[in-house]
Design a protein around this ligand. Structure first.
Ligand SMILES: C[S@@+](CC[C@H](N)C(=O)[O-])C[C@H]1O[C@@H](n2cnc3c(N)ncnc32)[C@H](O)[C@@H]1O
Length: 150
């Protein structure tokens, strides 16, 4: 697979990992102080989600992320929603990822579309990787949490 990071960028990543690992604080304390370790571009990416979220605050509806990968965006939307609109219990956040691409258009066209069929609502890794994460992140105020659709 093509690497998009230069050798220097990869070295920065390794250095951050060394600093993170060498610090004697617990992981929880390290995460509380995440600005010490997180790279500027990842912080910037979260701020970009924040700016986008502010624009949709007055808009009713759900958020759908197509291609969640490890969940940065998905959990970002979920946390922004609970922080910025804690009283809104109607906003739903859906994440999709096939991790293997989808069947080709012609292959799909041969089968009738069903919104309830498992292949239409794919949460493969999200279910295994993010569900434990989301239950840790359940917010006490309104009890909203991510639920995987299977
Ligand atoms: C760049 S990553 C997404 C990063 C993620 N949004 C985040 O916030 O970190 C792209 C993801 O899209 C998924 N993907 C690519 N093509 C897809 C397709 N045709 N259907 C479903 N998922 C797809 C890949 O499996 C991959 O996990």
């Amino acid at each position: 697979m093509k690497k998009f990071r230069t050798a220097d960028e990869q070295e920065v990543g390794r250095n951050i990992e060394r600093i993170f690992t060498a610090c004697p604080d617990s992981v929880e304390i390290k995460l509380e102080n995440f600005t010490k370790y997180v790279r500027r571009q990842h912080l910037k990416r979260f701020l970009a989600l924040y700016e986008i979220f502010k624009l949709i605050l007055p808009v009713k509806g759900s958020i759908v992320e197509c291609g969640v990968f490890r969940g940065f965006g998905l959990m970002g939307w979920a946390k922004l929603s609970t922080m910025l609109e804690p009283e809104d219990l109607t906003r739903r956040i859906y994440g999709f990822d096939s991790f293997a691409g989808f069947p080709s258009a012609s292959e799909r066209a041969m089968r009738p579309f069903s919104a309830s069929s498992p292949e239409s609502w794919i949460f493969l890794e999200t279910r295994t990787a993010l569900t434990p994460c989301s239950s840790e992140n359940r917010l006490p105020k309104n009890g909203r949490s991510l639920r995987a659709i299977t």
